[in-house]
Design a protein around this ligand. Structure first.
Ligand code: FES
Length: 271
């Protein structure tokens, strides 16, 4: 009890730690700020999200699945925006897509621990004084919404399947007369790695573990589910690493498709 009292009475930033505890929250702050800034910018562009030169079909993950669009790219609906969207309001196809992955990341157990420290110092790090005296918890607005995490898992899993299909499409190169030939460009690899990293992050989610291994009294009596559970657990063990590598790569994938479609980068066709 005595040590608990000492912990809660620390002033902001006060600690007896001698290591560089502030580096990790600072890196998280810079990394997430850069990602949020770039994603917001890319979402508002509404152009250069599809590269089809040389027969390639590369679609930015920020715009996939492409429901509406303005060019000749394959899209689900013929219109450039949904009918319910007000004419006066700026629209980009990415607006309809990013809410799902954003909700998944925002409510992720790992990210919560990371950005609570990095963005509002709650606490800045373990055994470091925080700028408030009481514990707010996640049992009232707005943080009670964090409990919706399990519901974001299902759309996120569907997004991974869609992005895997996009990666498959990126391995087929179309001739002007409409024939498609299997091939591989650098963009094909970029999109395939994107699906792989997002899959490693999504299927290593704690909700995925519960879905695979939950509701059973004795997991070892269901050998197939036990095997799946072990696979998910090994992804879950490295959830932080999957979270970061998938975050960086999904942004890079958008950059790659964007710069190729703008003609700044040339996609190298391997075969
Ligand atoms: S806990 Fe991180 S995605 Fe579910």
């Amino acid at each position: 009890m005595a040590s608990m009292r000492v912990l809660t009475q620390r002033s902001f930033g006060e600690t007896s730690r001698r290591d560089t505890w502030w580096v990790q929250p600072m890196v998280v702050f810079l990394g997430l700020s850069a990602f949020i800034g770039y994603t917001t910018w890319a979402a508002f562009q509404g152009v250069n999200y599809f590269h089809d030169e040389g027969g390639a079909h590369y679609l930015s993950p920020f715009y996939s699945p492409l429901l509406f669009g303005q060019g000749n790219e394959p899209r689900w609906f013929a219109s450039d925006r949904p009918s319910f969207w007000p004419e006066w309001l700026i629209f980009s196809p990415a607006f309809l897509i990013l809410i799902g992955p954003a909700g998944m990341r925002f409510t992720c157990y790992y990210y919560r621990g990371a950005y609570y420290k990095a963005f509002w110092a709650d606490p800045p790090s373990c055994a470091v004084g925080e700028p408030r005296k009481s514990y707010w918890g996640e049992n009232r607005l707005p943080l009670i919404f964090q409990n919706a995490h399990r519901y974001f898992f299902y759309p996120a899993a569907i997004f991974v399947l869609i992005l895997t299909y996009d990666a498959y499409c990126a391995m087929w190169f179309h001739s002007p007369d409409g024939d498609a030939q299997f091939g591989m460009g650098v963009g094909s690899i970029v999109l395939a790695l994107n699906a792989l990293f997002l899959g490693g992050y999504t299927f290593g989610c704690h909700c995925s573990r519960h879905l695979i291994g939950g509701y059973l009294d004795c997991l070892s009596k269901a050998p197939v589910r036990k095997k799946c559970y072990d696979c998910v657990s090994s992804l879950n063990n490295r959830h932080m690493q999957w979270a970061w590598v998938s975050l960086v790569w999904v942004a890079f994938t958008d950059v790659y498709v964007r710069l190729c479609s703008m003609g700044v980068w040339t996609d190298w066709r391997i075969f």
